[in-house]
Design a protein around this ligand. Sequence first.
Ligand SMILES: [Zn+2]
Length: 263
Amino acid sequence: MKRADLIITDISYILTMDENLTEYKNADIVIKEGKIIDIGENKKNEYFGETITGKNKIAIPGLINTHTHAAMTLLRGYGSDNPLKVWLEEYIWPAEGKLVSYEFVKDGTDTACYEMLRNGITTFVDMYFFEDAVANSVKEAGMRAVLCTGILDFPTPGAKTPDEGLKKTEEFIKQYEKDNFIYPAVGPHAPYTCSPETLKKAFDLAEKYDVLYHIHVSETQFEVNDIKERYGNTPVKHLKKVGVLDERVLAAHMVHPTDEEID
Ligand SMILES: [Zn+2]
């Protein structure tokens, strides 16, 4: 018999992400020092340690939420049922201007982390302000996250100018570059809130540190029309033309791509 910290026995189904996507039925998971060290039928006969039953339960790898503004749990319901533009301009941005601080973001993200863990989410990609507060929430919750400060061309709770947002982003990247749980990224907010110059500067920064480029794209019909009017292209083509569209881009809220762009 070998020592383990935790043995979860008789789990009805275990779905894995190994090379063969192996599935186990009525099997056990063995954990030591925070890591799964063994998995399979009757492993409980090989190990001793704290044991709990997984009967009538399914074990799956942690889910990943690829886009959050986690701290906004504290603004949930505020200005709901409005079109995005009205919701942002008349409700959310003014409220954020008054309320958002390190403490606000920490409290809101603590709440979000609790909700995510309750629902099986162990990793998320967040774009907001005071990402150092988000990082502390993530650490305390024992989760993983890709984190970026939202960069916009107008003043935000995080920065007065896009250059200040870029500077804070670079400092944040340097701070967490080697962390095993926090993956810093660059987060220009959207093609309609960032000039081509800001989009490009953000992209250069992402390339310099080899991190993700996280951006809202083609979120509303308003955005598609607005970008077409200003630049003569759809948001996706606009990003391509500005030179900021490649495999490091993680696009969020992409509701209005063309068929060609989906292909
Ligand atoms: Zn978003």
